[in-house]
Design a protein around this ligand. Structure first.
Ligand code: DQA
Length: 150
C-alpha cells in the first residue's frame, strides 16, 4: 500500500534563510526560495506536496515537527548548525516516527572538525552531504521510494 499524495516536510534550520548570499563556496548560489521551489516541483512530479519551513530557532522547528508530522509521510531536513549539537531535535525527529533524510549543501566531512559530528543523523534513514542543492532531489527520491515501498 502506498499513499497517492503524500505531504513531505522540508525544514531548514538557523542561517539557511541567508542562502544565496551566505558563503556560496560552501552553500551554492541558490536562495532558500529557489531550493524550496525546486523541491516542490520535483515532489509534484512524483505526486507529492511539500510543506516548507525555516527557522533560526530550535524550539520553533520542534513545534513545527510536532504539529505537522501527524499529517505528513516524510521529512527532508537541513538542520544547519543544530546538526552538530541538538539532542532536542534528534528526539523530535525520532518522535515523529517518520522517515527523515538529512541534507547538507556543503561537505560537512571535509570542513571543521566539529562539523563532522551529526547528532541528528541517527534519527534519519539517510544523510546526503556535499552535493549542494542536488542533495535535496536525491533526498526526495529516497523518501519517495521509502513511502511507496510502504
Ligand atoms: C549546513 C552545514 C552546517 O555545518 C552549517 O552550520 C549550516 C549549513 C550545510 O547545508 O552544509 O548552516 O547544514
Amino acid at each position: 500500500m502506498w499513499l497517492d499524495m503524500a505531504t513531505l516536510l522540508l525544514i531548514h534550520g538557523p542561517n539557511l534563510n541567508l542562502l544565496g548570499a551566505r558563503e556560496p563556496r560552501h552553500y551554492g548560489a541558490k536562495t532558500l526560495r529557489d531550493i524550496e521551489g525546486e523541491v516542490a516541483d520535483a515532489a509534484k512530479r512524483l505526486g507529492h506536496t511539500v510543506s516548507a519551513f525555516q527557522s533560526n530557532h530550535e524550539g520553533a522547528i520542534i513545534d513545527f515537527l510536532q504539529k505537522e508530522s501527524p499529517k505528513a509521510a516524510g521529512i527532508i531536513i537541513n538542520p544547519g548548525a543544530l546538526t552538530h549539537y541538538s539532542y532536542a531535535l534528534y528526539d523530535a525527529l525520532r518522535d515523529t516516527k517518520l522517515p527523515a533524510v538529512e541534507v547538507h549543501l556543503s561537505d560537512i566531512a571535509s570542513r571543521e572538525e566539529w562539523r563532522r559530528v551529526s547528532v541528528t543523523s541517527p534519527a534519519c534513514i539517510a544523510q546526503i552531504s556535499g552535493k549542494k542543492e542536488a542533495g535535496y532531489i536525491e533526498a526526495l527520491e529516497i523518501l519517495d521510494a521509502e513511502i511507496k515501498s510502504g
